[in-house]
Design a binder for this molecule. Structure first.
Ligand code: BGC
Length: 376
C-alpha cells in the first residue's frame, strides 16, 4: 500500500510503498482509512523539517486526523465489528506515569509518549492502519461525513473542559454548574474571545456558542473569507484585527471572561492577556514555531494577572474522553447550527494529489482533507 510522509534526507512530502499492516494481537483492529485531515501541525512539520521517525526507521507516515472503516477485529475486541466507522486518537501514552496509566495520556508527565503521524509512530496518510481497540472511538450512525473533524474538535473540547473545570475555583460559578432542568448553559452571560479562526478556533467558537457564551473571534482576513461567514453562522461576532489596537478591541467587545488562543501569534496573544475580565481564564492552544521577540508592558500583564485573579494555561492534545465528547457534540452542533460544520471542510483531494492538497488556497480555505474514495 502507499503512504505519504516525511523521509530522511528529503525536503517536503514523499510517497512510499509500505507493507499493509496486519493484526498481531487479540485486541487489535485493522482499519481502512476513508478520510484524513490536513492540520497546521503537518504543515509546520514540513516547513520546519521536524522529523521524529519511529525508532530505527527513516520515514514517518504523516497525518493524525482520520476517519475509517473497521475491516478485521482480533478475537478479544468487544465493542467494534467489521463495517463500523471509527476515529483513532493521536497519542499513545508512555505506559509509565499515573496520567497515562489512567486514561489521561494528554497530560503525560514523562514526555515519553508517542503521537501518531507526529512523534515516533506512523500516522494516517495511508490506506490501512492497525490499532488497539482502546484507541478507536466508534462514530454514531449519521455522523460519518463529519467524523474527520473529531480530532480537531477534541482539541477544542479539551480546552473548553479545562476551562470549565478551572472556573470552579470561583464558588459562585461552581454552584451554578449543577445541571438542573431549565438551567442556563454553562457559558450564559459570559463574554468569550477566540483568537484565530483556523479549524481549532472555529470549532472552539462552535463549542462556546453551544454553551451560550457571547463570542467574539479575532482574525486578520476580509469579509469575503469563508472564516467570517462561518463565524457569523455560528452566531459569533467578527473582529477584523487588522490595524486595531488592544484598546479598540476592548471598546468593541468589553473585557472577556474567557480567551481561547488558537492562532499561535505570540505578540497578539500576549498583548491581549491584560484585557481579561476579573477571574477570567485564558487558555492557549496555538503553538508558535521559530523565534519571535516582542516588546510588551510586562508590568501591566503581571499587575492585571494578580489584581484580577487571572488564570493563564496551556492545553495540548486530547484523550479518548474528549474524542467521545466531540462525537456527541458533532451531532448537537449539527442540530443547533445546521450545516455550518459541513462547510468547515472546504477542499477534498485524493491522497496521491498530496502536493496540490498542501498548496495554499486563499480565502476559500479552511479544512483540507484527503478523501480516499475520491477519483485522482
Ligand atoms: C494535535 C495534537 C498533538 C499536537 C502535537 C496537534 O496538531 O492535534 O493531538 O498533541 O499537534 O504538537
Amino acid at each position: 500500500m502507499y503512504a505519504v510522509g516525511l523521509e530522511k534526507g528529503s525536503h517536503g512530502l514523499v510517497v512510499r510503498e509500505i507493507p499493509k499492516p496486519f493484526i498481531e494481537s487479540d485486541n487489535q483492529v485493522l482499519v481502512k482509512v476513508l478520510q484524513a485531515g490536513i492540520c497546521g501541525t503537518d504543515r509546520n512539520m514540513i516547513r520546519w523539517g521536524e522529523k521524529d521517525f519511529p525508532p530505527g526507521e527513516d520515514f514517518l507516515v504523516l497525518g493524525h486526523e482520520a476517519m475509517g472503516q473497521v475491516q478485521v477485529v482480533g478475537p478479544g475486541v468487544k465493542t467494534l465489528q467489521p463495517g463500523d466507522i471509527v476515529v483513532p486518537t493521536v497519542r499513545r501514552g508512555c505506559g509509565q506515569c499515573a496520567c497515562c496509566l489512567n486514561g489521561q495520556s494528554d497530560m503525560c508527565c514523562t514526555g515519553l509518549y508517542r503521537e501518531r503521524g507526529i512523534h515516533k509512530i506512523h500516522g494516517y496518510f495511508t490506506e490501512y492502519f492497525v490499532d488497539d481497540e482502546e484507541y478507536l472511538a466508534k462514530v454514531p450512525t449519521g455522523l460519518a461525513d463529519l467524523a474527520v473533524l473529531t480530532e480537531p474538535l477534541s482539541i477544542s473540547e479539551k480546552a473548553i473542559s479545562q476551562l470549565r473545570t478551572l472556573q470552579l475555583r470561583v464558588l459562585w460559578l461552581a454552584r451554578h454548574q449543577e445541571h438542573q432542568p431549565g438551567a442556563k448553559e454553562w457559558g450564559h452571560g459570559k463574554i468569550a474571545l477566540v483568537i484565530g479562526a483556523g479549524p481549532i478556533g472555529l470549532l472552539g467558537t462552535a463549542l462556546l456558542r453551544l454553551g451560550d457564551a457571547e463570542t467574539y473571534v479575532i482574525e486578520i482576513v476580509g469579509e469575503e473569507h469563508i472564516k467570517v461567514q462561518l463565524i457569523r453562522e455560528l452566531g459569533a461576532h467578527y473582529i477584523d484585527g487588522r490595524g486595531k489596537t488592544v484598546e479598540d478591541i476592548v471598546a468593541e467587545m468589553g473585557n472577556p471572561d474567557i480567551i481561547l488562543e488558537a492562532s499561535g501569534a505570540s505578540k497578539l496573544a500576549l498583548s491581549l492577556m491584560p484585557i481579561l475580565a476579573r477571574n477570567g481564564v485564558y487558555i492557549l492552544t496555538g503553538i508558535p514555531r521559530g523565534e519571535r521577540e516582542v516588546q510588551l508592558d510586562g508590568n501591566l500583564i503581571l499587575r492585571q494577572m494578580v489584581r484580577c485573579n487571572h488564570l493563564i494555561i496551556g492545553s495540548l492534545n486530547s484523550n479518548r474522553e474528549h474524542f467521545v465528547t466531540a462525537l456527541h457534540d458533532l451531532a448537537r452542533l449539527r442540530d443547533t447550527f445546521g450545516s455550518v460544520l459541513d462547510k468547515v471542510i472546504t477542499h477534498r483531494y485524493h491522497l496521491l494529489d498530496y502536493q496540490e492538497a498542501f498548496q495554499p488556497k486563499g480565502s476559500s480555505e479552511l479544512k483540507v482533507i484527503f478523501d480516499m474514495q475520491r477519483q485522482q
